[in-house]
Design a protein around this ligand. Sequence first.
Ligand code: NAD
Ligand code: TYD
Length: 360
Amino acid sequence: MRTYLVTGGAGFIGSNYIHYMFRKYGEEIRIINVDVLTYAGNLENLKDVEDYPNYTFVRADICDSEAITKIFEENDIDRVVHFAAESHVDRSIKNPEVFVKTNVLGTLVMLNAAKAAWELPDGSFKENKKFLYVSTDEVYGSLDDGDNYFYETTPFSPHSPYSASKASGDMLTKAYFDTYKFPCNITSCSNNYGPYQFPEKLIPLVINNALQGKALPVYGDGKNVRDWLYVDDHAKAIDMVQEKGKLGERYNIGGHNEKQNIEIIHIILDTLQEMLPDSDPRKALVSEKLITYVTDRKGHDRRYAIAPDKIKAEIGWYPETMFAEGIKKTIQWFFEHEDWMKNVTSGDYQKYYEEMYKNK
Ligand code: NAD
Ligand code: TYD
């Protein structure tokens, strides 16, 4: 049975990935999820799988080399999928230190622990062991309003403390391949959206605020462009890269779905109007009048756009969920999980861990 060590599995993409992997492989795999549970980690995201015999949760900080080494010593890990990170640009502008600690030093701890566990006395590595660093398109910097794209060969030019810290972890991973032939891959994905996304990010924030008749803050002129991908398509790509990718290679992941922020907000408002029944009192609250232009983010990247040609050609990945469908699925999920949103916005979700584990 193949054993996965997933870091940051209680966050948005990590929890979707864990669900995706259990849907795809069932009892053929075992997953150990290591997460320290920052504000972004929520074990409610994994309620459906927490009792699976082939799922284990370990609360640990990826910067804690002793704790991480212990996991490798006690388990024969075959795959590492390294999601754990501080992930929000606005927070990185206010408090860069924790971004460097987790995203750079934490990544170094993960690389060293995996290398120590997998390296043979002659410096080669055990068969079929693989590490995947989940990077971002933000490492490439910012594009202008033209029709150019980020390729795997685009030089790094990160602008925010978040993207600079992710670029550092990314380059360390590549350095471990170049120096030691450490068996790894790197994926650079565009902006994700979908279930379980924390409402500090644009799409869940707009859905949540609009349903309550609260202001929808638009940074700057609202014309910054992001390239949005449904989170399950990211999970599928990660799995395909680990199984079919060439070691040491980087793969861009994106679905050519570039939209201005203001367009995204209009689509969400229109979709909410379409999906809410007339009898729902929230329908009257959802309005374009909520759109509020606010001071721009410092150093705000103008445009991200991924060229996914390599992953399509070499690995056969393609996105399955187009935006019109993905946004409806996401909104439907938020309709059906009002308690999840209430627990997150009230802070109650942080009590879940204590409650869940007090008798274990
Ligand atoms: P998230 O903020 O929702 O989740 C991060 C998870 O990591 C949380 O569960 C948190 O508790 C955990 N974590 C943070 N610091 C930790 C530490 N020191 N030790 C152990 N666990 C820790 O993030 P996300 O949006 O799910 O992103 C996951 C990964 O994907 C990140 O590496 C991010 O850079 C990358 N990525 C995200 C996007 C996106 O659109 N969200 C796009 C491309 C790449
Ligand atoms: P975000 O979801 O924070 O992702 P990222 O900055 O990593 O791309 O933001 C997406 C875009 O939306 C980005 O251009 C900033 C903008 N934005 C707003 O205009 N208002 C908001 O309240 C937020 C959170 C983001």
